[in-house]
Design a protein around this ligand. Structure first.
Ligand code: SF4
Length: 368
């Protein structure tokens, strides 16, 4: 039987970096393999973060690339294969070729636990892989289990099995209430999320232990382990915690998050980049393109070079149009207006909250 491997992907973003630090600090006995899928097109700040992390972890972060034997950088190798067809949110060949395929090749058929840095204040699942030998765990959330595990554990058809899993544990006077919830079928008046929350409210550890018992009856990678330290994990980490972990560890917050001041028509504001990933990523907002143009002009010009034969990064707007002075002015004006109305609504001190309307978009391998 193959040994279970524990892996953690570093995207270059703040959350996966903080997770790597958190795992080393809290679960030093776990032999975690760290990897990053390098497109060759990340910002220098991202490569710097990865170097800092390697020092902190005292371990190499394996660089995976989609095109091992190519003389070209991975993205350039594939864009040639696709005849210059730029990726977009509807045709995201880049994530598949540069992130998911190399990751799946790296794990092969080994049973793998993959730790994912989705935070406790996010409401998303984060697609990593659908291969059955890869099981995702989310240490920053109250519910550390992936959706497919929960779907099975709480399925009406598995009520008796779930009940047996709880019965093996000491329930500290909560037996009756737990039994009642476990035995209540999911229906139109009692959905799975409610059932999950009610059980977690009665004790995260007990719930995790019951799920672990259940997993032993399945073919999930964790079924091959005798114990799993994270069943005792009751932490819920939100955005503030992520910044604190990065700063306290000395690894630091990726420099592209740093707010830079700008002024337009007498109005002052700040901009930054809201996420990791390729410098030309089509998920970035227009103000982030302006940031790239003004803060990393060389990279912006490189992004422009990819726009050929009618292919553009932004639908209906070539980058050459976006950098016309009157267009930059309008983008900045609109951004200031939008951030002010958003600030009034969400009262968040983070520029990230203003910028990252679409933080939940995209793929876990690029941005977490
Ligand atoms: S960062 Fe953006 S462009 Fe780069 S691989 Fe991910 S989705 Fe594609």
């Amino acid at each position: 039987m193959s040994k279970v491997r524990h892996v953690l992907g570093i995207s270059g973003g703040k959350d996966s970096a903080a997770l790597a630090i958190y795992m080393k600090q809290n679960y030093p006995h776990l032999d975690i393999e760290y990897y990053t899928s390098d497109t060759g097109k990340e910002l220098d700040e991202t490569y710097q973060l990865i170097d800092n992390l390697e020092i902190f972890l005292g371990k190499k972060i394996l660089r995976l690339t989609g095109a091992d034997n190519s003389p070209e950088l991975p993205f350039d190798h594939f864009i040639k294969m696709y005849n210059g067809y730029l990726p977009s949110s509807n045709a995201r060949w880049c994530t598949k070729k540069l992130k998911l395929d190399p990751f799946e090749k790296f794990v092969g058929n080994d049973p793998v636990i993959s730790y994912v840095g989705i935070r406790g204040d996010e409401d998303r699942e984060g697609y990593i892989s659908k291969k059955s030998n890869i099981q995702s765990i989310f240490p920053f959330r109250r519910n550390i289990w992936s959706e497919d595990v929960i779907n099975k554990f709480l399925a009406n058809a598995n009520i008796t099995i779930a009940q047996n899993c709880f019965n093996t544990l000491s329930l500290n006077g909560k037996t009756e209430r737990i039994n009642e919830i476990v035995n209540t079928k999911i229906s139109t008046t009692f959905n799975q999320q409610q059932k999950l929350n009610q059980l977690l409210d009665l004790g995260v550890r007990v719930f995790n232990k019951a799920v672990f018992e259940f997993i032993k009856t399945t073919k999930y990678p964790l079924s091959k382990e005798d114990s799993f330290a994270l069943v005792d994990n009751e932490d819920v980490l939100v955005r503030d915690d992520i910044f604190r972990i990065l700063e306290d560890s000395g690894v630091g917050v990726p420099a592209y998050y740093k707010e830079v001041e700008f002024e337009i028509n007498g109005k002052k504001s700040t901009y930054a980049r809201s996420r990791s990933g390729c410098f030309f990523c089509f998920y970035q907002q227009k103000i982030e393109w302006v940031w790239l143009y003004e803060q990393h002009k060389d990279l912006f010009l490189k992004a422009m070079e990819y726009e050929r034969d009618g292919y553009t990064w932004i639908e209906d707007e070539p980058l050459s149009e976006l950098i016309k002075p009157e267009r930059i002015e309008r983008i900045k004006e609109e951004y200031i207006k939008r951030s002010q109305s958003k600030k009034n609504k969400i009262q968040s001190p983070y520029l990230l909250d203003i910028l990252s309307e679409a933080e939940e978009e995209g793929c876990a391998s690029c941005f977490i």
